[in-house]
Design a protein around this ligand. Sequence first.
Ligand SMILES: [Zn+2]
Length: 248
Amino acid sequence: MGLSQRLRQSLPPRAIRYLVATRSLMRTARATYGQFPRHCPVCGHQGYFLGAGFPLRVDCLCPACGSGDRQRLLKLWTGANRHALAGKRLLHFGPEPSVVPFIRPVAADYVSGDLEAGRADRVLNIEAIDLPDASFDVVLCLHVLEHVDDRRALGEMFRVLTPGGLALLMFPIIDGWDATYENEQARSPQDRLLHFGQKDHVRFYGNDVRERIRGAGFTLAEFTAEEPLVTTHALRRGEKLFLGRKPS
Ligand SMILES: [Zn+2]
């Protein structure tokens, strides 16, 4: 919806630009506390979700359990595929507080790892995992690969998985791009924000990420949610959960 023709004619261009920006700001502010009532599959909350992220994604964060869209997508998959986790030894990198409660009780043996002390059960570097070969049946790694040397990380996840083991992977991806975008010149936090959308990201994946995952030895399947689940649970349209399987 544009400004009325009469208003455009009566104001100088600069004033119109400020008016458009202010109106956008006010819309964003109104949407921050929820646009439509949604349902959270993680905790059962029914109601408005909060906006989160920069730029703001409306209806993103469940106010009750703190789940974001990616955690809710994972919950939908794990809810329908409980057998994939039940009784398994599971290693979880960068454990999200909204994910741990629905993953830990299902796994027989659950270990979380993070590079920073105090954020997980163990201090672990995903690029050089201090764990034996074939010691876990499932590795869970949501939005970590875009921060690290992903080829080393994928190789290490493959190594610690048992034959037949499963890596559950999520990351930002521009599926319309054929090639992953990396840029050695973009090293400062501001440059990384400009180029990769976040100050500590080092790439934006294109659809060739599938070859990177297969290149580590995995076979690959994908899960995404469609309607009415997307609207009901406020998921990101087309977001993928990648399922890397280590051959038996
Ligand atoms: Zn919730």
